[in-house]
Each structure stands twice: as structure tokens, then as C-alpha cells.
Design a protein around this ligand. Structure first.
Ligand code: SF4
Length: 604
């Protein structure tokens, strides 16, 4: 009743129920469905889309362990066993008294501090067996997760000298906002265009251009959405930005609103970062009390703009902007068909800007430091700096800010990479790098060049053709050494995409399932050359025919690995010893087919 029945409040209501009762009951579904005029099936369709909503009790204390590859390599299994022992249940179960539930989930954004877990969405990092038993004992004695949890602290490294650093240097709240009094909205857009800033969530779409499209839309209502749903395994840069400099994100949103003429904004915060919510709410109140949010914000052209926080509920695909918008509208977070772009028809069918945290944080810094200084950083095609979330086999995991143009080999030295062999450069959806790539530079001109498409005549048309996804470079950087089993890494990647495909299109839903089975065959030593050929062929079909970037990029790592490490795959094929290649499924099921056919005839 408090929230009304505007469908965009549905997720909040589901969260309220889930938090209070630890599940959403039949009775709740009936009442909520009635209030929103939704059928039971439709509402259940929304609830079951998200990992963190449940129709069964997940326990008073719900524990989520990260099952991505870096967590597994950092000892996640031992921590899982410790929890199972301490609680007397297996993973995926709840204790008989409904006190504890133990579950796995994809990456929780703490890859540099694994093994980690979330308990009622509070973070616990660098876990040991003893610490697990201690936590369980304390919770049983009545302590709350908020009293026991850790404050995740990523070590921040930056290579540019402080005056050449864009993000991680001291910042005085509100200081960039004085610029609002100097420039008109069109001038702000012009400055952002000149800076060559591009979307840092992975799509690398030119930010100024996006703002200009939205500005030119005559709609009276426009929205700014900050995409704080970074779910790419291994990525945590947006978390660190929101911990260290949340004011930059808010000020970036204010600039975007001023530039395009938006009056409402939302931060779509991934559920795994729920512990940041109170701090962000406090900060938003501060901006309101200082007159930088709300009615009549002082600027060359005064404007109204406010921001609220919308919680995600666990769905990787909601990082895709149309899926995110559907989620905010209280629907299943399925990507749209791209008939319209959000700047044309977005949230509630109104023009909407969706920008990533890093992109928005860059705006006040660029405006404050001046365009020419910003352009003097990095390279010609990619000025400025880039954030990388580094994890895996290196002695200095953490958050890195580097100037574009750094040699990959130098970057590997910087992070203390140990015997690096295989690198997932852009998380699970990105390029795999091998030793042959170590002399390339990290820039638009080189390492990213094959994805960068700045020379197209009609960017909107290009993006439409590409399904809106160009370069995938969320900033995840996972290093694996020579001792790691490449196929096990690829299996983890494949499991992830099978679990995270929203299922709306067949090539992605079925194709990824089939590729996953091929990897199983390779691991078991049952694969043949034909399997490798089929992997290539099917990957291509998935890439061309999938609706969104998740499907399009899902087999990239596997294909790059096959190209760069052919010997790994060839060895697995020749490893077939006890496997009967001549086995014919058709022959083995011939009798069964005959009986079924006879039965069908009888029936007819
Ligand atoms: Fe959903 Fe995959 Fe299709 Fe994207 S490509 S819309 S995730 S099924």
C-alpha cells in the first residue's frame, strides 16, 4: 500500500517480502498479483527470473558463496565444506530450523578478496575455515551479519602520477558542479564529445553522442539511469568507485540530466552490493539538502532532477541496458529486440540514458581537469585512463587505474603476474590473451582495435546492427598461470552462460547448453575432431543470431582459446583411449524406436 501499484515498484515490494520472510509465499503472490493486476503465472515469471527471489524459505541467514573460477581457485570449495560442516547441511539446502540457507551464486564482485561470501547481503571476505566456524557460532548466539561482516577493501594501484590520475585521487564533494553555472547543456554535451569518453560498461559507445541523441528527443520526460549492475565475473571496479568516490557518480548523473533535460534518475544497484545502499541514500540526501538534487537546481539554465535507488535481484543479463530497463519496469529482465534504443524509447517508453558507473564518474573529473589535459592522457583514440579489476594468479590483485597505451607486458609486471599463460581480458564475455599478445598495448589503437568502430557514419544504425554491443571491456582482468587447466576454466565460463542466458532466444539458450556438453566431452577425453568443428560452427551461429550481447559474446573465450591454444584441444582429442568411437546411438536405440513405432501404430 505504501508503495502504490505502479509496476516499477514491483521489485521493491518483492524485495520487502523476501527480506522479511526469506521467501515469497503463494499467499504473497496472490495478494501482490491482485494489487498489480497480474496473473499468478506472470508474477511467478518475474519472481523466478531473479536468483535472489525465492518461493521457498532460504533461511533467516542466507549465505551465498561465489562459484566463479577465481573463487574456486582461491579455496572456495574448502570454505563450502566448512560451512556444510558447521551447519550440518549440504550446499543448496536450509537447516531444519530454517535458520541457515547455503547457496552458490555467480561472481559477487569480490574476486580480489576470495574466498568470500555474502550473508544476508553483507560481505565476508578472505574467509578461512576457522573464521567460518566463528561466524556461524556468533550468528547462532544472536549476533547480526551487519555486526560481523567485513568492509571490503580493495587495494588501489595507479600508475599515472597523481596529477595524471582521473579517478583515484582526492575529490572535494560538489566541486565540479560550479561548472553548471558556466556552461549550457549543449556546451556540456560538446565537451563530453570532445573528450572522446565512451561507455565503460563494455559497449564503448560514445557518451557525448548518446547524450546528444537524447537531448534532441523532444519528449518532456527523460530519465538518467546509472548502471551499477556490474556482473561480469572478475569485475569489481564499480564497487570500488562507489566505495571510494560515490559523489563522482552522483555528480556525473547531475551533469547528464542537465545536458539531456532529464528530471528523474535511478541508480540500478546490483543486489550483491546492497550493503552500499544506506551510504548512497545518505549521500543523495546530502546532495538534496545542498540544493544539487530536487527542484530548481542552480545552473546556467536551472532544472529539476532527483535520483532514487532501484535494487537489482541477481541476473547478469540485466547489465544489458534494455534488460535493465525491463527489470526497472517490474518485468523479467529480458533484453529487448532493439527496435528502439533507450535514447528513443527507454524506461516507461521515454528517452533514457543508461550509463555505467565508471562513465558517469569520469564526467565531473574530465570537466574539472579540462578537456585538453584529459586528451593529453592515454592515446589518441582512447584518451584518459582505464580501470581494471585484477584477480587470479598474481601477487598484487586489486583495483588498477592505468593510462591507456600501457604495454600488456608492463601491466603483467605491475600486477605481479605469476607465470602468466592465459588471460581473460574482459571477463567471461571477452577476449582471451596468450603470450603472443603480451607485446600489444592496451588501447583503442591496438588491443581493443578489432572491436572499436568509431568510423561508422550512423552510430545508432551501427549499434542496432551490432545488437548494441561493440567492444566488451568491463575491465575484468583474470590471470591464469601455466599450471591451470584451461578446459576447467572454459567449463566454468560455459556453466556461467548456461545459467545466465535469459532463454528467450534459441541459439543462446540451446547453443550454450550444447557447447557446454562439448567441453564436458573434451574434459572426459571423449571428443573428436568433429566436435571441435562443431564448436566453431555453432559458436558462429550463436554469435550471429543471438539477440543480445550475452549470447553474441558467450563463446568468444572458447573460440579464442581454441585459436591460441590449439595444442590443449588436440591433446584432449588424442587422449581418447577407452572411448568407443564407433558407438552408434541410433543403433543402440533401434529396438526402442521399433517398439514405440509399433505402439503408435496400435494406438492409431
Ligand atoms: Fe536472452 Fe541470450 Fe537471447 Fe540475450 S542472447 S536475449 S541472454 S537468450
Amino acid at each position: 500500500a505504501e508503495k502504490g501499484t505502479d509496476r516499477s515498484t514491483l521489485m521493491d515490494i518483492l524485495w520487502d517480502v523476501q527480506r522479511r520472510k526469506r521467501y515469497i509465499s503463494e499467499d504473497d503472490i496472490g495478494k501482490i498479483g491482485q494489487a498489480f493486476n497480474m496473473s499468478k503465472t506472470e508474477l511467478e515469471g518475474v519472481i523466478t527470473f531473479y536468483h535472489f527471489f525465492s518461493t521457498t524459505n532460504r533461511g533467516k541467514y542466507t549465505i551465498y558463496l561465489n562459484d566463479s573460477i577465481v573463487a574456486n581457485q582461491s579455496g572456495r570449495k574448502a570454505i563450502q565444506r566448512a560451512f556444510e560442516e558447521a551447519l550440518g547441511i549440504k550446499l543448496g539446502h536450509v537447516t531444519p530450523d530454517n535458520m541457515f540457507g547455503l547457496y552458490r551464486t555467480p561472481c559477487i564482485g569480490l574476486s580480489d578478496q576470495e574466498p568470500s561470501c555474502l550473508i544476508n547481503f553483507k560481505p565476508f571476505t578472505n574467509l578461512t575455515r576457522d573464521r567460518v566456524f566463528e561466524i556461524v557460532t556468533e550468528l547462532k548466539s544472536g549476533k547480526r551479519p551487519s555486526e560481523l561482516c567485513d568492509i571490503p577493501k580493495s587495494i588501489i594501484h595507479y600508475t599515472p602520477a597523481e596529477e595524471r590520475t582521473v579517478f583515484f585521487k582526492p575529490y572535494r564533494q560538489f566541486s565540479s558542479l560550479s561548472i553548471l553555472n558556466t556552461y549550457s547543456p549543449e556546451e556540456i554535451i560538446d565537451l563530453v564529445k570532445k573528450s572522446k569518453l565512451t561507455g565503460r560498461g563494455g559497449a564503448f559507445f560514445p557518451t557525448g553522442l548518446k547524450w546528444e541523441f537524447c537531448r534532441n528527443n523532444p519528449s518532456e520526460i527523460k530519465y538518467i539511469i546509472c548502471n551499477a549492475d556490474e556482473g561480469e565475473p572478475g569485475t569489481f571496479k564499480d564497487r570500488v568507485l562507489m566505495e571510494e568516490h560515490p559523489e563522482l557518480m552522483i555528480e556525473g548523473m547531475i551533469f547528464a540530466a542537465y545536458a539531456v533535460g532529464a528530471s528523474e534518475g535511478a541508480i540500478y544497484l546490483r543486489a550483491e552490493y546492497m550493503y552500499l545502499r544506506d551510504r548512497l541514500e545518505e549521500l543523495l540526501s546530502k546532495y538534496r539538502s545542498q540544493g544539487y538534487l530536487g527542484k530548481g537546481i542552480k545552473a546556467k539554465t536551472p532544472f529539476d532532477f532527483d535520483v532514487y535507488i532501484h535494487m537489482g535481484a541477481g541476473a547478469y543479463v540485466c547489465g544489458e541496458e534494455t534488460a535493465l530497463i525491463h527489470s526497472m519496469e517490474g518485468k523479467r529482465g529480458e533484453p529487448g529486440t532493439r527496435e528502439f534504443f533507450p535514447v528513443e524509447k527507454g524506461f516507461n517508453d521515454r528517452p533514457t540514458i543508461v550509463n555505467n558507473v565508471e562513465t558517469l564518474c569520469a564526467v565531473p573529473r574530465i570537466l574539472e581537469m579540462g578537456i585538453s589535459k584529459y586528451l593529453s592522457l592515454g592515446t589518441k583514440a582512447t584518451p584518459g585512463t582505464k580501470l581494471f579489476s585484477v584477480s587470479g594468479d598474481c601477487s598484487k590483485p586489486g583495483m588498477y587505474e592505468i593510462e591507456w597505451g600501457m604495454k600488456l607486458r608492463d601491466f603483467l609486471d605491475l600486477i605481479g603476474a605469476e607465470d602468466p599463460c592465459f588471460i581473460l581480458f574482459n571477463g567471461f564475455a571477452g577476449e582471451c590473451l596468450s603470450e603472443a599478445d603480451f607485446d600489444r598495448e592496451i588501447s583503442g589503437e591496438n588491443l581493443l582495435a578489432e572491436h572499436m568502430q568509431f568510423r561508422f557514419k550512423d552510430p545508432l544504425e551501427y549499434a542496432r546492427k551490432m545488437g548494441g554491443i561493440g567492444l566488451r571491456s568491463g575491465g575484468s582482468f583474470m590471470v591464469f598461470n601455466k599450471q591451470r587447466d584451461l578446459l576447467k576454466i572454459l567449463k566454468n565460463v560455459a556453466d556461467f552462460f548456461v545459467a545466465e542466458s535469459c532463454g528467450i532466444c534459441v541459439p543462446c539458450r540451446t547453443g550454450n547448453f550444447l557447447l557446454n556438453k562439448k567441453i564436458d566431452k573434451l574434459i572426459l577425453g571423449h571428443a573428436e575432431q568433429q566436435d571441435l568443428d562443431e564448436i566453431k560452427e555453432w559458436s558462429n551461429i550463436i554469435k550471429i543470431t543471438s539477440r543480445c550481447g550475452l549470447g553474441k559474446m558467450s563463446s568468444t573465450a572458447l573460440n579464442h582459446a581454441m585459436l591460441k591454444f590449439p595444442e590443449v584441444f588436440e591433446k584432449r582429442i588424442s587422449a581418447n583411449t577407452d572411448f568407443n568411437k564407433s558407438f552408434s546411438l541410433e543403433g543402440a536405440t533401434a529396438d526402442y524406436d521399433r517398439i514405440i513405432n509399433e505402439m503408435t501404430l496400435d494406438y492409431d
